[in-house]
Design a binder for this molecule. Structure first.
Ligand SMILES: Nc1ncnc2c1ncn2[C@@H]1O[C@H](COP(=O)(O)OP(=O)(O)OP(=O)(O)O)[C@@H](O)[C@H]1O
Ligand SMILES: [Mg+2]
Length: 236
């Protein structure tokens, strides 16, 4: 059974349709990428999975159960963590406080020390700077903090929206390395990325959205050789 299964999803903002019959599957411990031009509907799809945008029709199943009518907090509780575009940290709180706020829902609050140690192992820089205010971090470090906070709710599925956006190539590579580490720990990842080459190198499978429709899907090792992908998304 796939960990996440979306079938024939249709979404509107007002009367404008943004997603058209979108179907996709993510298997446990896979990294699946969602690619597509600006405005294709990638963030809308992630927002729909976590209940921020109600779909007009279609189904979303997580671990076999329909999650379409659940609240955002119920969805987190089931094990989905969402890092929206731009992170959304609390700049005037310390790094440690930002992380602890991720230890939500309540049942994870008790185990937050152990989870915090796991996050510090993965991001040593956050451990070193735990008392510093979040606003003092560099862009790349803020992305690390956002990822760390997302892990504090012990997710089995992470939804990541443009984590490498605005990062130097070196920092972006570090972020991609961390995504691979998540898979090694058994955490499943669905990520939206503009950085197509690097994404196809680390992900297992990818879907391409164009104007709200899935126009291409496949194994990344094959897509990386695909002529359409090369011309449309890798500028070759
Ligand atoms: N809250 C909203 N209200 C109305 N229209 C919206 C809203 N959010 C997004 N849209 C529109 O829906 C379409 C898809 O937007 P979405 O943010 O999902 O695209 P995206 O693929 O994430 O793009 P980008 O790569 O630029 O982040 C766009 O035309 C956008 O203008
Ligand atoms: Mg987006």
């Amino acid at each position: 059974m796939p960990i996440l299964e979306i079938e024939n999803l249709n979404c509107f903002y007002g009367n404008v349709q943004v997603l058209w019959d979108v179907s996709l599957k993510v298997e446990k411990s896979e990294i699946v990428a969602l690619l597509g031009a600006n405005g294709a509907g990638k963030s809308t799809l992630l927002n729909t999975i976590v209940g921020l945008v109600p779909p007009k029709s279609g189904s979303i199943r997580f671990m076999g159960e329909d999650i379409v009518n659940l609240s955002g907090s119920e969805i987190i509780e089931r094990g989905i963590s969402y890092l929206p575009e731009g992170g959304r940290l609390f700049p005037d709180m310390t790094i440690r406080e930002n992380l602890e706020l991720g230890a939500y829902p309540m049942k994870y609050w008790k185990s937050r020390k152990a989870t915090l140690d796991m996050v510090f192992d993965m991001f040593p820089i956050l451990k070193e700077r735990q008392k510093q205010l979040a606003r003092t971090l560099s862009g790349g470090e803020k992305q690390m903090l956002a990822m760390g906070r997302g892990l504090m709710s012990n997710p089995s599925l992470c939804l990541l929206d443009e984590l490498s956006y605005g990062l130097s190539p070196l920092m972006a590579s570090e972020v991609f390395d961390i995504v691979k580490k998540l898979r090694e720990q058994g955490i499943t990842v669905l990520l939206v990325e503009q950085n197509v080459r690097q994404t196809l190198e680390i992900a297992d499978r990818a879907y391409v959205l164009e104007n709200g429709r899935i126009c291409l899907e496949g194994e990344c090792c094959e897509l990386i050789e695909n002529d359409f992908i090369k011309t449309a998304y890798m500028g070759m």
